[in-house]
Design a binder for this molecule. Structure first.
Ligand SMILES: Cc1cc2nc3c(=O)[nH]c(=O)nc-3n(C[C@H](O)[C@H](O)[C@H](O)COP(=O)(O)OP(=O)(O)OC[C@H]3O[C@@H](n4cnc5c(N)ncnc54)[C@H](O)[C@@H]3O)c2cc1C
Length: 497
């Protein structure tokens, strides 16, 4: 009886809490996306609003990308494009120039902002924006930073009840899922269960796991993208002398950044944008050919396409989106997500001295043989098998975006409760263009939002700052002006819009 009364009191308190505050929102995840959403809400809300910003990493602002303490881990976007605010393009560069920091000496930042500074410094910039927004918020607009993990969410009337790992439950009007990137999975093969770190490193971002790799160990890295690049730099920084091999299906490496002249807005002249993958590639290739003749760099053309990506992606039918992912994605990724010049220089040097080698092929098996890891793969374009034997295997296959495979407790709870459904391309979860989550039964949940890489299915490119900052600004403005009254949810059939 006592327990029942206690539970009832808790529910009544939760409901009271919800009614007494004009509006409440829980933002789960305080990486770039969650932090910037909070900043926009704090800056723009004019009626009372209580924000709970929940982060499990133990730090606010940096998230996975910008919490690294390794100064060799540089931004892979030039400083000029990393302003947190789309309407203040010089904001980050000006912040850098006001700051005396040994990680980015002011003299090394040219007026053009073509500089690549440590990612950890960018995390400091974001944390400062949050502090500043909290201090300047209107009366009654507050942000509580909660060092906790969200593990469950249930609907309660028009709002939600959120459960945290520490046992607390919170009733809120709205929830924003800003969960970011999830650890990689081993692509399609099983490793014997007893292989543990550092022999097998499943998630290279897990704490300081790379510090445990013996300096002379031979290492195989699965994946040749930007995560592989970070891992190689971390190993080299700690004096690694052993051989490093990297394997991916095509063996393609990210291209290097270069300072280039902007190219004309060539897609603005087209009345109709191509609606097939092949059509897009043809337009792009033809433009690059023409631009090169005029003395432009291919990078300028790729950059000129970027503002049109949501339109191009939005215009592709599902089958064409699939075709893009199957055939064009790897080539797009290496041209679009590039390495900072210094970083590229270190990778090239390691390659030239023979310490770093790359292979192209399809991974077949991974097995443990005592202290060794035996990996087999089919070299690209062949049916044969090749074998690589190393001391260590590190999985850099890229973040897992297929929600059917993600084991995170909150994700499992959201799926089990039918609050989210995986998007059909395995890129994340289904949302509307306004970032509202689409539940398993197809209803649009106006008060459950998802922003960032988990919602990239609608946009394709929704993983880097230039796109994320626009989304956070738009959604933040909308929520801030909606105020408390509007938080009364109405769910709508997703197709009815
Ligand atoms: C290594 C790396 C480097 C990158 N470098 C750049 C770059 O230089 N420039 C650029 O534009 N983009 C870069 N990106 C892209 C990056 O995805 C975005 O720039 C941006 O950081 C994404 O922010 P996010 O908040 O959406 O995700 P994240 O940074 O992943 O943050 C999500 C946060 O949510 C927290 N979280 C998740 N689940 C819960 C839960 N249940 N409870 C509480 N907290 C939770 C996580 O701990 C995490 O801190 C990089 C990405 C990576 C992975």
């Amino acid at each position: 009886m006592f327990q029942v009364n206690e539970a009832m009191t808790e529910i009544i308190n939760l409901r009271f809490q919800m009614r007494s505050a004009a509006s409440t929102i829980a933002i789960i995840g305080a990486g770039f996306t969650g932090t910037l959403l909070a900043v926009h809400l704090l800056r723009q809300a004019r009626t009372p609003l209580a924000i709970d910003l929940i982060e499990k990493r133990g730090g606010f602002g940096g998230g996975l990308a910008y919490s690294t303490g390794n100064a060799s881990h540089l931004l892979n976007v030039r400083a000029m494009n990393m302003s947190a605010f789309p309407d203040e393009p010089r904001h980050f560069v000006d912040w850098l120039s006001r700051r005396e920091d040994s990680r980015a000496p002011v003299g090394l930042i040219p007026p053009s902002g073509h500089a690549f500074v440590p990612r950890g410094l960018y995390g400091t910039y974001l944390a400062e924006q949050l502090d500043d927004a909290i201090n300047r918020a209107s009366p009654g607009v507050t942000c509580r930073m909660r060092d906790d993990t969200a593990i469950d969410l249930t609907r309660d009337g028009h709002g939600f009840v959120l459960r945290l790992e520490t046992g607390e439950t919170m009733a809120v009007n709205r929830v924003a899922l800003c969960l970011g990137n999830f650890p990689p999975q081993l692509p399609g093969v099983e490793l014997s269960a007893d292989a543990e770190p550092p022999q097998f490193i499943a998630d290279p971002w897990a704490g300081d796991i790379l510090a445990k790799v013996p300096r002379a160990a031979s290492v195989l890295i699965l994946g040749t993208g930007l995560t592989m690049v970070d891992v190689v730099l971390s190993l080299l920084d700690q004096g690694h002398s052993g051989q490093i091999t990297a394997l991916s299906r095509r063996g393609l490496l990210p291209q290097r950044h270069a300072e280039v002249r902007p190219y004309e807005d060539f897609l603005a002249h087209r009345r109709i944008l191509p609606a097939t993958t092949l059509g897009i590639l043809r337009v792009l290739r033809a433009e690059v050919r023409g631009a090169t003749v005029q003395g432009h760099d291919w990078r300028s053309v790729v950059d000129a396409v970027r503002p049109y990506l949501p339109h191009l992606w939005g215009g592709l039918p599902l089958a064409e989106r699939r075709r893009f992912l199957r055939h064009a994605r790897p080539y797009w990724e290496i041209h679009r997500h590039r390495m900072a010049p210094n970083v590229a220089g270190r990778i090239t040097a390691a390659r030239e001295r023979g310490q770093l080698t790359f292979h192209a092929g399809r991974l077949k098996t991974v097995a443990r043989d005592g202290s060794r890891v035996l990996t087999t793969y089919s070299p690209r374009g062949t049916d044969s098998r090749a074998r690589i034997e190393t001391d260590i295997l590190i999985n850099c296959a890229g973040p897992e975006s297929n929600f059917a495979l993600i084991k995170d407790p909150l994700v499992r709870a959201l799926l089990d409760r039918g609050l989210i459904r995986p998007d059909p391309l395995g890129l994340g979860i289904e949302t509307t263009l306004e970032s509202e989550v689409i539940a398993a039964d197809g209803t649009r949940l106006e008060n459950l939002l998802a922003l960032g890489p988990i919602a990239r299915g609608n946009f394709w490119e929704m993983t880097a700052v230039p796109e994320l900052r626009c989304l956070c600004a738009v959604v933040g403005k909308r929520l801030a002006s909606a105020g408390g009254a509007e938080a009364a949810d109405s769910t709508t059939a997703a197709g009815a819009r």
